[in-house]
Design a binder for this molecule. Structure first.
Ligand SMILES: O=C1O[C@H](COP(=O)(O)O)[C@@H](O)[C@H](O)[C@H]1O
Length: 264
């Protein structure tokens, strides 16, 4: 992959929100033009709050600046195997931060694909059933080698993990399955499901959203070192070229040697 990822840096989240909004809505427009829907995979952690800040503002009323949630199909880039109303649930986080705050009369209602609670005890079964949900949307497993999300929104953990793909974990070597289970997550809770690395790399666009001085050390590794390039975030950053964008802030990038872009 020849071209480099796009790195955008802002003084803080408030200053980032309008550009993130513009970026997401550009993908929304392009995807609806391509196939009539906008298929997004969303992470947990700090991301839903930042995303809500970008998407819940009124905009200028133009079609290009209007969120058409009726066309959105929202999946989870990873999920913890806990009930949907549990404090650790990525679904609950997204619901609390974004979904419950959408003015549905004005902006419509997204179709959301949470995990099925009846499979929580068995992480592999939970992953298999979630993969079936993807198959039902992205066509039959046999005819589509990999599902293609229009946009995958990712976080970056302080250890370089993203989704529930952790450094040096055997799951990073998976080449076939779309959705994987993990029962020994180094970060609690231990039982989770996650998009596989090939599915993430196949996304039409991939955006990392990670801010704050707490990300500085891991950014230095990812952008400056060989070891960092082998971390889950580094593998995506290297492997998907200019399909990848980073939305970050000056505190996170201080002293990090990577070219920044001024605008989209
Ligand atoms: O456990 C998780 O952590 C990552 C990173 O979270 P952040 O708080 O550092 O942004 C998150 O992207 C993932 O979805 C979540 O399950």
């Amino acid at each position: 992959m020849g071209k480099s990822p796009n790195v955008y840096s802002f003084p803080g989240v408030a200053e980032m929100a309008p550009t993130l909004r513009q970026y997401v809505l550009a993908q929304q427009t392009a995807s609806i033009e391509r196939h009539g829907t906008f298929r997004v995979a969303v992470s947990g952690g700090s991301l839903p709050k930042t995303l809500a800040q970008a998407l819940l503002s009124k905009g200028d009323g133009s079609p290009a600046d209007t969120v058409d949630f009726n066309k959105w199909e929202i999946f989870f880039a990873d999920e913890r195997c806990v009930p949907l109303d549990h404090e650790d649930s990525n679904y609950k986080l997204l619901k609390d931060e974004l979904l419950s705050k959408i003015d549905k009369e004005q902006f419509g209602e997204p179709k959301v694909f949470p995990i099925e609670e009846k499979y929580l005890d068995d992480a592999q079964e939970c992953a298999d059933q979630y993969e079936k949900q993807l198959v039902s949307v992205f066509a039959a497993r046999d005819s589509v080698k990999l599902p293609q999300f229009d946009l995958i929104l990712l976080g970056c953990g302080p250890d370089g993990h993203t989704c529930s793909l952790f450094p040096e974990h055997p799951l990073l070597r998976e080449t076939d399955a779309w959705i994987l289970s993990i029962s020994d997550s180094p970060k609690p809770p231990p039982k989770r499901i996650t998009l596989s690395l090939p599915v993430v790399l196949h996304g039409a666009k991939i955006a990392f959203i990670a801010t704050g001085a707490g990300k500085r050390d891991i950014f230095k590794q990812i952008f400056e070192t060989e070891e960092g390039r082998a971390l889950p975030c580094g593998l995506i950053n290297e492997g998907a070229g200019d399909k990848v964008s980073w939305f970050t802030d000056n505190a996170a990038l201080e002293g990090v040697s990577v070219p920044r872009r001024g605008s989209l």
